[in-house]
Design a protein around this ligand. Structure first.
Ligand SMILES: Nc1ncnc2c1ncn2[C@@H]1O[C@H](COP(=O)(O)OP(=O)(O)OP(=O)(O)O)[C@@H](O)[C@H]1O
Ligand SMILES: O=C(O)c1ccc[n+]([C@@H]2O[C@H](COP(=O)([O-])O)[C@@H](O)[C@H]2O)c1
Length: 206
């Protein structure tokens, strides 16, 4: 089978298969290209949070990045090839809704599926720049956040503006499953073994 169906399946109405109380991790990224570090993040979050599914949201163009990424469908196809396991769904919903902003997707999904428990998944560097995202406080107020450790400057990221703003809502990883059930605001920082892979390194090697 080709690698397209995962994306097509979602576009065709995967949401109809959502059961009340289902837990879904939203893993947004440029994935340009996707790599083993992304797999590590999605698999770690799914396992530690006990998620029913992870939706990989392939971003049309990160608003904080100047350079345009590779073609969206090519990146979505590459993600599908990277993570063929059931429960991992590849989506280009941001493109379909005509937005680059995470808050638009979060508003859309939480309003449309109030019975589903969504959680946002990101690497630790994402936490470091989270305060520059559009309406980041509202994102954190709408969905809990799972941060997966990454090599680099973790202390800086963990002590950054967003982390300080959300300090009172932080829960220990041991309570991560409960976090998904209890909902926002809340976040956890999972210090899984580090994975060194990065898309920028791979692009340099192209
Ligand atoms: N090796 C990794 N460990 C932990 N998190 C990661 C890792 N690679 C990517 N992520 C996270 O995955 C999400 C998508 O990352 P992205 O597609 O930008 O890949 P990247 O490798 O960070 O790309 P680039 O090197 O171009 O910045 C982000 O939240 C990022 O923090
Ligand atoms: O909404 C924003 O303002 C915003 C700013 C920066 C990044 N994001 C999202 O963060 C996710 C990770 O982006 P990236 O490029 O680091 O893989 C991806 O889903 C982007 O759309 C979103």
């Amino acid at each position: 089978m080709s690698q397209r169906p995962a994306t097509a399946r979602f576009a065709a109405g995967k949401a109809e298969m959502l059961a009340p109380g289902m837990t879904v991790g939203l893993y947004g990224g440029s994935f340009d290209p996707p790599h083993a570090g992304h797999r590590h993040v999605a698999l770690t979050a799914r396992k530690r949070l006990g998620l029913d599914a992870v939706w990989w949201l392939v971003a049309p163009h990160n608003p904080l990045k100047a350079d345009a990424p590779a073609r969206l469908q090519a990146r979505a196809d590459a993600v599908s090839a990277l993570i063929p396991e059931p429960g991992h769904v590849v989506s280009t919903i941001e493109d379909r809704l005509g937005t680059r902003y995470t808050i638009d997707i979060i508003r859309h999904l939480t309003k449309r599926h109030p019975q589903v428990r969504f959680v946002w998944i990101m690497g630790a560097d994402g936490l470091g720049s989270f305060h520059r995202w559009s309406d980041w406080r509202e994102i954190a107020a709408r969905v809990p956040i799972c941060v997966i450790a990454r090599g680099g400057t973790p202390l800086k990221w963990r002590l950054g503006r967003a982390a300080r703003h959300l300090a009172g809502a932080r829960v220990q990883p041991v309570a991560a499953r409960a976090l998904v059930k209890q909902g926002a605001p809340g976040w956890t920082y999972i210090t899984a073994p580090l994975h060194a892979e990065a898309s920028s390194l791979l692009r340099r090697g192209r």
